[in-house]
Write a protein that binds this ligand. Structure first.
Ligand code: GLU
Length: 555
């Protein structure tokens, strides 16, 4: 086992948009593979055709690409030796049938012919007795399967094409042990495991069989997946044993859950809707309803911020470092430092990371993203100008993109719906619903911080005007306008000197007119460094804006 090449896989089912927790699973697999010079595979587990959602597979591929954690083998990323990588294609290629047969022949699985109605009836009988039905070592003795029916009848049913399923024959009382790299030894009594369906007469394997067979055939060495799969792990261990593959069984690591921001249970889409944050990497449009759920990308998060944030949700680095490039994450990553307990989702932290990475990017690197917003506002500007604007706005921004009116409207509707649902649930449970208002940090996007670099201000900050627009203030602005008209050099230093000289010449305390001057130029009380901003605007605009202020304020 030791000298096998590390091979891990991310094996999502295309049942909808990839949850951000799924992205974390993919990330940990990616980091582990890269750290050990191994392979990272994307396998699409689409055996449950009832839950198949069109577009979900493409979404998964796009999300991994956006995050920069690309598999080196698998659907959307090129074939390796183990193609095909989609389970429905593998089923069509006849991959699974032989293993179901092998298990039956070895006495570890059996045919079951019980109809849905019969099983429903059985369930109802158990419920009436206040217990829960499970198809297991005890109940299978009284059900319609190849262990209870005569050999002839089984043969005849199979030949006449009766519908059946193949179930694993779980031993009645046996200890199943597995050594989870995160949790240590996990011991389960086989009586806790039921005779799960492995295969159906239409040739479709279930998740359990397909997952184990494919991990074996794809030479997977480590299975790193969400905690929700831990209850299935003993069954998988038994399958490896019964198929004779125990010596190459992958090592399991079950990742902790992502919890709600308050730590009370699993993070859901409703939590995101209620508190206004995305739980998906990219926007997702539900193909049935056309409804859009928002994603980190469209909300203006940078992928490297999302990756850093997710890496630390459940994993502790070796030191105190918080900001990691992907390369640094690869170097420091270790499964042993993944925690057993759930990780609280903290959107404030995600925003903090976004701000950090925004500052880390060069001005040039932010131009293309900022252009999206400029385009929305019909602004055309040269790349050179945009780079300058970026350098002015970057300091205070925590997002490049602002939210569109559609996004704001959608968020409000999603929030209202989530709250209504919570209220209803509370009422049904006879509890009082208390709405906690979460204080949100303001979103400071480039456009919000500095639209005035490209557009004439539509209004002037009312508070500053009220406080500072008086005779002296107005006289100073008029003096500045004249000074601007007579000035030719247009860099920040010379403009600052001009401002100071004008203040001295008019006997004005510069501190008392500084903000007013800013508001007359930009409309806003805050923003980028004042004289840098004036330099950016240029002579013509500065003069025009001061003239406009003089003509309109107080009129
Ligand atoms: N198809 C499973 C899922 O959707 C994969 C679980 C596993 O990794 O074994 O999460």
């Amino acid at each position: 086992m030791e000298n096998r090449k590390v091979r891990v896989r991310f094996a999502p089912s295309p049942t909808g948009p990839l949850h951000i927790g799924g992205v974390r699973t993919a990330l940990y697999n990616y980091l582990f593979a890269k750290k050990h010079g191994g392979d990272f595979i994307l396998r699409i587990e689409d055996t449950d055709q009832d839950r198949f959602v069109p577009g979900a597979e493409q979404y998964i591929i796009e999300a991994l690409k956006w995050c920069g954690i690309e598999p080196n083998e698998g659907i959307g990323f090129g074939d390796g030796d183990c193609a095909p990588y989609r389970q429905s294609d593998r089923k069509n290629a006849g991959v699974y049938a032989q293993y179901a047969k092998q298990l039956i022949d070895a006495g570890h699985a059996y045919y079951a012919f019980d109809t849905k109605e019969e099983l429903d009836e059985m369930r109802a009988r158990f419920t009436a007795m206040k217990t829960t039905f499970s198809y297991n070592a005890v109940t299978r003795q009284n059900l319609k399967n190849s262990l209870t029916l005569s050999e002839d009848e089984v043969k005849q049913r199979l030949e006449s094409g009766d519908e059946y399923v193949v179930r694993i024959k779980i031993p009645r009382n046996e200890e199943v042990r597995l050594n989870d790299l995160i949790r240590g030894w996990v011991v389960v009594q086989s009586s806790q495991v039921d005779d799960k369906v492995l295969y159906k007469s239409d040739g479709m394997p279930t998740y359990h069989l397909a997952n184990v067979v494919d991990d074996y055939l794809m030479k997977i060495t480590h299975v790193i997946r969400g905690e929700e799969w831990l209850p299935s792990a003993p069954l998988h261990v038994l399958l490896y044993r019964y198929l004779g593959w125990e010596d190459v069984m992958p090592q399991f690591s079950h990742l902790p859950l992502l919890l709600k921001p308050n730590g009370n249970g699993k993070l859901s889409k409703r939590d995101g809707d209620k508190l206004g944050f995305p739980v998906f990497p990219l926007d997702w449009t539900n193909p049935d309803t056309g409804k859009i759920s928002s994603g980190f990308r469209e909300k203006g998060y940078l992928p490297e911020a999302v990756i850093n944030f997710l890496a630390l949700l459940g994993w502790h680095p070796s030191g105190n470092q918080e900001l990691f490039t992907l390369e640094e994450l690869i170097t420091d990553f270790s499964i042993e430092r993944v925690s057993k307990s759930g990780a609280k989702f903290d959107i404030k932290k995600a925003r903090w990371f976004n701000q950090q990475y925004l500052h880390k990017r060069t001005d040039e690197e932010l131009v293309d993203v900022f252009k999206i917003d400029l385009g929305r506002h019909n602004v055309t500007a040269s790349d050179e100008q945009i780079v300058k604007a970026v350098s002015l706005l970057k300091v205070k921004a925590n997002f490049v993109l602002e939210l569109t009116p559609e996004q704001i409207e959608r968020d409000a509707a999603a929030k209202a719906a989530a709250i209504a649902e919570e209220k209803k649930k509370a009422e049904e449970a006879g509890e009082k619903y208390v709405e906690k208002e979460e204080k949100e940090e303001p979103r400071l996007s480039f456009w919000e911080l500095g639209s005035f670099l490209f557009e004439e201000p539509a209004t002037y900050d009312a508070e500053v005007i009220k406080k500072r627009w008086n005779e002296q203030g107005a006289a100073f602005i008029a003096a500045m306008k004249t000074a601007f008209e007579n000035h030719t050099e247009w860099d920040a230093v010379s403009l600052e000197n001009l401002f100071k000289d004008t203040a001295a010449a008019t006997n004005t305390n510069p501190g008392s007119v500084m903000q007013l001057f800013r508001v007359c130029l930009s409309g806003a009380a805050g923003g980028p460094a004042l004289f840098e901003m004036a330099a950016f605007l240029g002579k013509e605009t500065c003069v025009r804006r001061l003239a406009h202020a003089l003509n309109t304020i107080g009129k």
